[in-house]
Design a protein around this ligand. Structure first.
Ligand code: NI
Length: 171
């Protein structure tokens, strides 16, 4: 297991459409283990594989206070069940930026576990918002895409400035 580097917005890799997982093998188990370790280390509550540069439809999440309830969604599909909700969202790939995003309130999630077994669950509140945010990642979308163009430019400028600072400090 290893902590992987997190891809930061506006890195073009975050625009890739991730491919469905077809092999539920050791490689997948290792990927899931690395993703979980990277998410817990960050720390964050959700991570999609593309956020460590792997374009596969894999999501890990832990919404528990105790940080001991790992949820893994392979090839997740979501169906809107209704309602709308607004939540302040953040993202490990957009560090330090938080913004309110409107999403569907209730969704049905169909996915597979890392062994390939299919499962289904209905979600509302945080789980619903979080899986919508992560499935967006699998489709090359980031939560700042929902903001106005002006706000998106501000986010890009802020992150580029921070990147330059980090690079000059590293020299
Ligand atoms: Ni995110």
């Amino acid at each position: 297991m290893a902590i992987r580097e997190i891809v930061v917005y506006p890195d073009p890799r975050l625009r890739e459409i991730s491919k469905p997982v077809t092999a539920f093998d050791r490689g997948l188990q290792d990927l899931v283990a690395d993703m979980a370790e990277t998410m817990y280390d960050a720390p964050g509550i959700g991570l999609a594989a593309i956020q460590i540069g792997i374009p596969k439809r894999v999501v890990v999440m832990d919404l528990s206070e105790t940080r001991d309830h790992l949820q893994v969604f392979v090839n997740p599909e979501i169906t809107a069940l209704g309602g709308t909700t607004e939540t302040e969202e953040g993202c490990l790939s957009v560090p330090g930026i938080f913004a309110t995003v409107e999403r569907v309130e209730k969704v049905r999630i169909s996915a597979r576990d890392p062994a390939g077994h299919p499962f289904e669950m209905d979600a509302d509140t945080l789980l619903s918002v979080c899986i919508q945010h992560e499935v967006d990642h699998l489709n090359g979308k980031v939560f700042v895409d929902y903001l106005s163009r002006l706000k998106q430019n501000r986010v890009r400028k802020k992150l580029k400035k921070e990147l330059r600072l980090a690079e000059s400090e590293a020299v």
